[in-house]
Design a protein around this ligand. Structure first.
Ligand SMILES: [Zn+2]
Length: 130
């Protein structure tokens, strides 16, 4: 699962993009989603992540060309480079329960979840004190 990759593992996947077939947009969408959480914690990744996201959106059958594919490969590689600068780290994700299952959003530097209001109330045993 892409979401559990460390920075280095995700960078490896992004660098493999050049070996993909340009017709395969599914893996690009997954890599986009997998990398989306990182800028919440590491703002320096916002720009390369946005560039990759834009490039892969231009890779749909009706709009793609050699130029859009070149952009996908270049932006994936730039994002991989930015991820590698972080070292081989895990992204800390929220483990609270939310309506959709485990919350899974990236925690901010001080451990806050941006979807805290969506968390389900913890089930409290009657009579227990929290
Ligand atoms: Zn959360």
């Amino acid at each position: 699962m892409y979401k559990e990759l460390t920075a280095t593992e995700l960078a490896d996947e992004l660098e493999r993009v050049r070996l993909f077939s340009p017709e395969l947009t599914g893996p690009l969408a997954m890599l986009d989603e997998a990398s989306l959480g990182w800028p919440r914690r590491y703002p320096q990744l916002a720009e390369p992540q946005r560039a990759f996201s834009q490039a892969r959106h231009a890779q749909w059958p009706r709009t793609r060309s050699e130029e859009t594919w070149r952009q996908v490969v270049a932006t994936a590689s730039a994002l991989a480079g930015a991820l590698r600068e972080l070292g081989d780290i895990d992204l800390e994700r929220c483990t609270e329960q939310a309506g959709w299952g485990t919350c899974g959003l990236t925690l901010s530097e001080d451990g806050q979840c941006s979807a805290a209001q969506e968390h389900l109330a913890p089930t409290v045993e009657p009579g227990s004190v929290r």
